[in-house]
Design a protein around this ligand. Sequence first.
Ligand code: ADP
Ligand code: MG
Length: 200
Amino acid sequence: MAPPLDPLLETVAQRIIAAADELTALDSAIGDADHGLNMKRGFEAVLAEKQAILAKPLGEALKTIGMTLVMKVGGASGPLYGTLFMTLGKELPEDPSPADMARALAAAVAALKARGKADFNNKTMLDVLGPVADHLASGGASLASVRALAAARAEATVPMKAIRGRASFLGDRSVGHMDPGARSSQIMIEAICDVLEGKA
Ligand code: ADP
Ligand code: MG
């Protein structure tokens, strides 16, 4: 049976809102210091609509989350996270199996790559989302392995030089800092793992 959307949505949103200062600090090092604020605004808007979202079938609920993020987050990350959730909404059946989730996340990563004209190792959120999608598709994933991989991949953006997004304007000076979008993706994945494991 698919996990209930309510605690997943609530925990993801609360964790992102709680991490606003940390995400903004990361973005102040290699961007324009707004990622935390952008994401907080987006997920507060999602929470404000939560009851209406939960009343919808899963696909429509995820599309609504995606559209709200596009409208409220802004910046580069709004359309990208919007694409992520809208693609999940398009791809997932009403009661998804683990295989459905792996396939939908792979489709969302492909859509995100196309939307941002970015690839792996460009120092973006894709460096967390892509490897997690591949790991799920491998069939051998556990909640612990997904959580550990997301953390390791966010950390792995530190030595990368940014090729996409605002941080790329810094060239070599982008090296030595974690990518804010990689960290926000990690926070979301960790929140989902915690809910599924009964830790949140
Ligand atoms: P902005 O850069 O417009 O201020 P945010 O600060 O909200 O937007 O988001 C920055 C994050 O967006 C980056 O840390 C990176 O992870 C992600 N990002 C930026 N451009 C791209 C892209 N082309 N493809 C994938 N992710 C990107
Ligand atoms: Mg920014």
